[in-house]
Design a protein around this ligand. Structure first.
Ligand SMILES: [Zn+2]
Ligand SMILES: [Zn+2]
Length: 185
């Protein structure tokens, strides 16, 4: 195992270890570079050629695009992104670790760029980890779920990181505003 390796940087997913999609594994080989590098990607992956790539790719092969090229793999769905360049879509779909969600993932956009994904959150995580994202979650529930007053409060309290409904927290790389959406099956 390569002890000196530091994880690659992902500008749209700054801490994939914290969000849980890159995990420590000292035995898992990467199918792309055939090395055991100590970290493996555990997030969602779709592939044109292979079907079993979960827990089989290292973050370095995601970062440099070799996993995407070799397996026709995509890690996030960038199809719903509006107002960003093809370059940004490609980087998010092919060279950025994705995240698990109940339905198809949406990568949020702000200021003409993809936002950075900070993590999934329930009511507990919103209070402790992402208090500044609370207004974005409330606004989303008002606008997209048509909730207000006691109903909104109840819905917020029911949010869970591990059970639905779940909030997904992003932050704009340019204006630094928090962005969020909520998803359930
Ligand atoms: Zn690799
Ligand atoms: Zn912005």
């Amino acid at each position: 195992m390569d002890q000196t390796a530091t994880l690659p940087e992902f500008k749209y997913h700054p801490d994939p270890v914290a969000t849980g999609v890159v995990v420590r594994d000292e035995d898992a080989p990467c199918l792309s570079c055939n090395r055991i590098r100590g970290y493996i990607y555990d997030g969602p992956v779709t592939s044109e050629k292979f079907h079993h790539l979960t827990h089989c790719l290292c973050p370095w092969c995601i970062a440099d695009g070799s996993a995407a090229r070799q397996f026709g793999a995509e890690f996030a769905d960038s199809g719903t992104m509006e107002g960003v360049s093809q370059e940004v879509r490609d980087e998010i779909a092919q060279r950025t670790p994705g995240f698990h969600s109940w339905q198809e993932t949406q990568w949020l956009v702000c200021c003409g760029d993809g936002a950075e994904f900070l993590g999934a959150a329930g009511s507990k995580e919103l209070k402790t980890q992402f208090p500044d994202a609370m207004p974005a979650v409330r606004q989303h529930l008002k606008e997209d779920f048509d909730l207000s007053g006691a109903e909104l409060k109840e819905f917020l309290a029911a949010l869970s990181k591990d059970d639905q409904p779940t909030a997904y927290i992003f932050r704009c790389r340019k204006c630094r505003e928090y962005l969020a959406y909520v998803d359930e099956t």
